[in-house]
Ligand binder design. Structure first.
Ligand code: GLN
Length: 446
């Protein structure tokens, strides 16, 4: 069924980089056999899933939408893949993204741009744009994405689906190709909040193979969906509804807050005073970490090697300059500069300090409130080509999602209506490891 739908729509939406029908059919057959011989059904039994192409999949190419990795076929599965298979979900293929998860529109993919199923002239968002578009277009039941500065939530908002970024450390990153290791998290994109809870239940949990994985008890997320928000305390940061936010988007968020108030929640305005520095701090930190993580692509160990080099040094240089796209090069240069001696204190260290202040802003608000709510993105999906030549404007799309990654806390984007026919996302942010409350509020609202 999934392949039928993909056959019908993916020529237009272009969410997939790679379909693996043979493997999916044989996995489905094995599952049927297990059930026929009396086996029990897993939590995600038989559900067709799409996987962002920076999550490694045994025997299936994992390109990160980069020319550099166009021939990279991993010999192992990421922990999240192993868990999906144990829960009996079936992966149907790999989804498009911005190269190495750097970008907010999918236009940085080295292969092709994915389109927004609501309006094919608009971007699906990014970097998990393929993951959001595939769910929105009904090509898969759910997908996995990754979120470093908003890459699950922003495309979820643009495509009218539910996208959850879990607390840093809740979901294993073993087998996620690293972009910015202190920020990256894997999470689900789904049609509704209940499905999000089921997928999170499956992929969350301690993993000794990821040294940043949290060793905590995993609550029952599904039973947290009580529909009750009576007495819940909601903080609305005034910085999140400021002048940069489209007035029609703002009106939708205010409507959503009235709905929650009507259900018995208490809504109050607060301030997160350091929000305005989040984008600057993020691009320094994320690029610095990226420049270090991407040093491994040297034409020797992974991916494509140049044919044109005469000596070793040239081989490194040319493999990298032929393999990486312009945005990736921009980040590597920025990050290398910020980390170089003499500049480290002025840029990297300063950005780390700002990160701490941003986290403290949230800590203070969470002393009195259960969740923080605002828009996921300042506008609805923009047109393909509109921002591609202007990286700074592109970076500002993430102004409302980035603080959450810097603080390491969970947040979900749920659809909250349409503006001019395009979906708007409501962002619900919670305390560290309090996904249960985030999901409960999202579920009650949707
Ligand atoms: N758009 C942001 C960036 O380009 C976020 C990316 C992400 O979360 N992977 O860095």
């Amino acid at each position: 069924q999934s392949y039928k739908r993909i056959g019908e729509v993916d020529g237009k939406v272009k969410a997939f980089l790679k379909l693996d029908e043979e493997q999916a059919r044989s996995a489905a057959k094995t599952l049927d056999g297990q059930i026929a011989s009396g086996g029990s059904r897993g939590l995600l039994f038989g559900l067709p899933a799409g996987i962002k192409d920076n999550i490694v999949t045994e025997g299936v190419t994992t390109t990160c939408a980069s020319k550099f990795l166009s021939n990279f076929t991993p010999v192992y599965d990421a922990t999240v893949m192993r868990k999906l298979k144990e829960a009996q979900a079936v992966s149907v293929g790999k989804l498009n993204m911005d190269e190495f998860a750097m970008g907010g529109s999918n236009e940085n993919s080295a292969f092709h741009a994915t389109r927004n199923p609501w309006d094919l002239d608009r971007v699906p968002g990014g970097s998990s744009g393929g993951s959001a578009a595939a769910v929105a277009a009904g090509e898969v039941y759910f997908s996995l994405g990754s979120d470093t500065g908003g890459s699950i939530r922003q495309p979820a908002a643009y495509c009218g689906v539910v996208g959850l970024k879990p607390t840093y450390g809740l979901v294993s990153r073993f087998g996620l190709v690293a972009f910015a290791s202190s920020l990256d998290q894997i999470g689900p994109l789904t049609k509704n909040v209940e499905d999000s809870a089921y997928v999170l239940q499956t992929i969350a949990g301690h993993d000794p193979q990821d040294s940043t994985s949290a060793n905590v008890e995993i609550p029952d997320y599904v039973s947290a969906l009580t529909g009750d928000v009576q007495g819940l305390r909601i903080a609305v940061p005034k910085e999140y509804l400021g002048s940069g936010v489209d007035p029609q988007v703002k009106a939708k968020i205010e409507e959503a807050l009235r709905v929650l108030e009507g259900m018995g929640a208490v809504v109050e305005e607060v301030s997160l005073p350091h929000s305005e520095y989040a984008v600057a701090a993020y691009y320094l930190l994320a690029s610095s970490e990226a420049s270090s993580n991407l040093a491994r692509y040297d034409g020797v160990r992974y991916g494509v090697r140049t044919d044109n080099a005469n000596n070793l040094l040239e081989m490194y240089h040319m493999s990298r300059s032929e393999g990486f796209g312009p945005e990736v090069k921009r980040r590597i240069m920025l990050g290398t500069y910020a980390l170089s001696s003499g500049y480290y204190d002025a840029y990297y260290l300063k950005a780390q300090k700002v990160r701490t202040l941003i986290k403290q802003d949230f800590d203070q608000v969470f002393e009195k409130y259960d969740v923080v709510i605002g828009p996921t993105a300042p506008t609805t999906a923009f047109r393909i080509g509109e921002q591609v030549g202007d990286p700074l404007t592109m970076y500002l799309n993430d102004i409302l999602t980035i603080p959450v990654n810097l603080a390491g806390i969970p947040a979900i984007s749920v659809p909250c209506g349409l503006v001019d026919g395009m979906p708007v996302g409501l962002q619900i942010i919670g305390k560290a490891l309090d996904e249960a409350t985030v999901l409960r509020v999202a579920h009650a609202f949707e």
